[in-house]
Design a protein. Structure first.
Length: 673
């Protein structure tokens, strides 16, 4: 009755501490730190008369990955009895010593679990680092019982220690796995379950040796994150027998084999490998360091009829590593992984016998997509269809009958490049009451190859009407004025761009004013020629009068051309054109000059770059190209005329964006006598 009252006091004052979820990582690179809290109160002499707690503890020592495991223990009743600090299992002497210590424990007194939790947690202080995985395994046959305790402690004292331990455990993310020991099933499991729940742990129960291996397998997997492989049991004939066990010797850094039996094994030995053999009451252990065999033969003799169960833990010294991913915005993204040894060295072997899968976790939703990975001689590979760009966590998992190992998480954000505008939409002149059609695919593109959809943005205008049919913009002007059309460009993965058409709708006479002006100029020119012909009757006098009207010739000047870079890689010598010797021309294109000087670079746009003789020894320059042309610190746009004076320098980047040249306009220096 007192125990029941005490239990309800604990429940009344308990604090529910919430822990973050911790994923199980098989054969991870984390360093396990396992502390056992072992109830050594008097009642354990009854509930654990076969000392199964000690057997489970020793099995942990023998089956754990020795190079990445620290193990320690605390024995308690209503006071602290013995403490064995966390010690590396990489040394055989350490393993033997800690198993010897656990075999010598005595059981007496009452039970104070809160005190044990608080004290055990303190042993982790200053020891937990980023790559450590601290875990507590608590054994007990009940709950805190301080009746008749000579320590003077109360249930409230124990509860305060327990809650203080929860806060410490939360900070280091240390779960507590509780194991209830009961001979008759009368265990108070709710209290042990509460401790497990408050620390993101788990509860186990065991009543007899028949459950030993099953409880160990599940507990060991949860605590260490390592897969335990159970082979079909064999029945002893009483005569020498042999058990054959396959192991991944090519990849294992360590393999541990636990043989459970009821009677002591005789004459146990191993073939094909060298290793350490351990014996205990309920099991025998074999530890193989860096095995190079793929099959181990175990010779043994057991009592006739004894059932022998074999458990294997393989610690793999290879892991997949995801390579850097190219082009995260592509529609189909190839993800490759290579195998590396624990030392970091890349494994140069045939991958074709491996089974692997790629886990793609959507970080925002937690949804997981699994893709099988193809294998080749050099890598593992999977193709991800990037239909829905998102931030992900990638993991490669190798799966085999005897082991499972995962890569470190690799975060990758799959992207989608939005559509871009490839052609400038300049100001358009429209005639009133006129309709034009534009192919929008000439104005926009998607660098990822996504298909584009065009939608007209909402527009209410008295100036124009617009509509889109598939990829065609149909634009009709209604009246004079300025207007803008906005177009939403959407690719099939959600990328968007807003394009704009600007235009002026003009009256008929303004729209055609350039034609009228041209006709007028022609008329005036013809009239001038007619008058001159009338005034001059001598042909020899007429010709000189006409020439000024035709154009002024180049005189007293030269051009120098310096190619700074060419697409072909050819080096073009410095070019000199004496303008005075360009006969019968008052204008010339740069392409014609190239032909005169035997310049054979493929620059068709050079024929659209013009030089014309001007007044007062000047040169008029203009071009109708997409070249980048600058004079001093300003650019000369296409169609604009510019006056060049002596010593002016033009810098031209041709349409291939590689070929560059500098063109200088120079005065011809007269040679001194």
């Amino acid at each position: 009755m007192k125990k029941i009252i005490a239990y309800f006091i604990v429940l009344l004052f308990s604090i529910n501490t919430v822990y973050s979820e911790e994923s199980k990582i098989e054969n991870s690179d984390l360093y396990n730190q396992i502390l056992f809290l072992i109830d050594c109160s008097n009642s354990m002499n009854y509930h654990d008369e076969n000392k199964l707690v000690g057997e489970i503890f020793k099995m942990f020592v023998d089956a754990s990955f020795s190079t990445k495991t620290d193990i320690g223990f605390v024995t308690y009743n209503d006071r602290m009895l013995k403490s064995y600090s966390l010690t590396s299992m990489n040394d055989k002497t350490n393993r033997e010593n800690i198993k010897k210590e656990i075999s010598e424990i005595k059981r007496y007194g009452n039970t104070d679990i809160g005190m044990a939790l608080d004290y055990g947690t303190s042993l982790f202080e200053g020891r937990v680092k980023d790559n450590n995985r601290p875990v507590i395994v608590l054994f007990s046959d009940g709950e805190t019982d301080l009746n008749n305790s000579v320590t003077g402690r109360t249930m409230a004292d124990s509860l305060a220690d327990e809650n203080r331990a929860y806060e410490k455990l939360k900070k280091i993310n240390c779960p507590v796995y509780t194991v209830g020991i009961s001979k008759n099933g009368g265990l108070n499991t709710e209290y042990l379950q509460k401790i497990a729940d408050n620390t993101n742990g788990k509860k186990y129960e065991i009543q007899n040796s028949d459950e030993l291996l099953n409880v160990f397998n599940n507990l060991f997997t949860d605590v260490t994150g390592t897969k335990v492989i159970t082979k079909n049991p064999i029945i002893s004939t009483g005569e020498p027998q042999q058990i054959n066990i396959k192991i991944p010797g090519n990849y294992a850094e360590e393999t541990n084999i636990i043989l459970q039996h009821k009677s002591e094994l005789q004459n146990i030995s191993i073939e094909n490998a060298s290793g350490e053999i351990y014996k205990s009451k309920n099991y025998s252990g074999i530890k193989l360091i860096n095995p190079d065999a793929t099959e181990i033969k175990i010779n043994l003799t057991a009592q006739k009829g004894d059932e022998i169960k074999a458990n294997i833990t393989n610690y793999i010294n290879i892991y997949p590593k995801i390579e850097e991913i190219e082009n995260l915005s592509a529609r189909e993204i190839t993800i490759n992984a290579k195998l590396h040894k624990a030392s970091g060295e890349e494994l140069k072997e045939n991958y074709q016998n491996l089974n692997a899968e790629l886990l793609i976790t959507d970080i925002s939703t937690g949804e997981i997509e699994i893709l099988p990975m193809e294998t080749s001689k050099e890598y593992l590979s999977a193709v991800y269809k990037n239909d829905y760009p998102k931030s992900t966590k990638l993991e490669v998992k190798l799966k085999d009958e005897d082991y499972s190992v995962s890569s470190k998480p690799f975060e990758a954000t799959f992207l989608n490049n939005s559509p871009t505008q490839i052609k400038t939409i300049d100001k358009i002149l429209f005639k009133k009451n006129h309709e034009k059609e534009y192919d929008l695919d000439r104005y926009f593109k998607d660098s990822d190859g996504d298909s584009l959809e065009y939608k007209l943005s909402s527009q209410k205008s008295e100036i124009s009407e617009a509509s889109i049919v598939e990829n065609k913009l149909i634009l009709k002007t209604l009246k004079e004025g300025n207007d803008e059309i906005f177009i939403n460009v959407i690719d099939d993965r959600g990328g968007t761009l807003v394009g704009k058409f600007s235009f002026d709708a003009l009256p008929f006479w303004i729209y055609y004013k350039n034609i009228y002006i041209g006709i007028g100029c022609i008329f005036i020119t013809l009239l001038t020629l007619y008058i001159l012909l009338k005034l001059k009757t001598d042909k020899s006098e007429i010709v000189p009068a006409i020439l000024p009207a035709i154009g002024i010739k180049f005189s007293g000047a030269r051009f120098e051309g310096y190619f700074l870079n060419t697409l072909s890689g050819n080096e073009v010598p410095v070019l000199n054109w004496n303008a005075s010797y360009i006969e019968n021309k008052h204008s010339i294109s740069l392409g014609e000059l190239f032909a005169m000087m035997d310049v054979f670079e493929k620059l068709p746009e050079a024929h659209k770059i013009h030089l014309k003789a001007g007044n007062n020894s000047t040169v008029l320059f203009h071009h109708d190209t997409d070249c980048i042309v600058s004079l001093g610190d300003r650019n000369i746009p296409s169609g604009k005329k510019e006056v060049l004076n002596y010593d002016d320098r033009l810098y031209i980047v041709f349409e291939d964006h590689v070929t560059e040249m500098e063109l200088r306009y120079k005065r011809v220096r007269k040679m001194s006598a």
